[in-house]
Design a protein around this ligand. Structure first.
Ligand code: MLT
Length: 205
């Protein structure tokens, strides 16, 4: 199938499970988060694209100028490309867009957040693991009505300042999203608690 991102699609086996869009972190690929997706929502359809930007060989979803330094035009362009891929993939695979929930880690969480800000029609909600504020703008009023978002931040994260998870939550709430912020004493990487908290959040949909 000729879709614009390399990706993996795993059809769902449990129609009650929400389809998940899996977005890997810097240096990952489309296979990285498949085990997490299967564990978070057993039987869910999984759509997992590969980031198209290479940072000295490490794949990402948008380029950065430095650690935590972003070019809004680049972020916007890449976010729109991913949103267009999602729209095409949803049609091609028969995914219900009204239930598609992103699960993103680090750079993947960041592009999930910019999808919510710039192309809110792409997602029904999101589990954002270690996101940061990338675009300094609130969601337009009403644009995220009915969307549920979990932000899982780490108070020992050496990359994401502690002020970012609550700032991002406010940006998304400005659009009407219902946002839960879960801070724990962890760093930037994935930990078992992310599965526990993410599963609980998805089950509460
Ligand atoms: C990363 O390591 O990818 C950063 O934490 C997030 C980003 O640059 O988008």
């Amino acid at each position: 199938m000729n879709l614009s991102f390399e990706h993996v699609f795993e059809p769902g086996t449990d129609p009650s499970a929400p389809p998940l869009l899996l977005l890997h972190g810097t240096g990952g690929d489309e296979h990285d988060l498949l085990p997490l997706g299967r564990a978070l929502a057993p039987g869910a359809a999984l759509l997992s694209p590969r980031g198209q930007v290479s940072e000295r060989g490490a794949l990402r979803f948008f380029a950065r100028l430095g650690e935590g330094v972003f070019d809004p035009a680049e972020v916007t362009r890449r976010t729109n490309q991913l949103a267009d891929f999602i729209a095409a993939a949803v049609r091609a695979y028969g995914i219900d867009p009204a239930r598609l929930t992103a699960v993103g880690l680090s750079n993947g969480a960041n592009i999930a957040a910019t999808l919510l800000l710039l192309r809110p029609e792409s997602l029904a909600g999101a589990v954002l693991l270690r996101p940061m504020v990338v675009l300094d703008q609130p969601a337009p009023p009403g644009s995220l009505a009915g969307r549920r978002v979990l932000i899982a931040g780490g108070s020992r994260d050496p990359i994401v300042p502690n002020s970012h998870p609550p700032r991002l939550a406010e940006q998304l709430r400005a659009g009407g999203a219902s946002v839960t912020v879960h801070m724990s004493a962890v760093g930037h990487g994935l930990v078992p608690d992310d599965l526990t908290v993410g599963k609980k959040f998805l089950a509460g949909r």
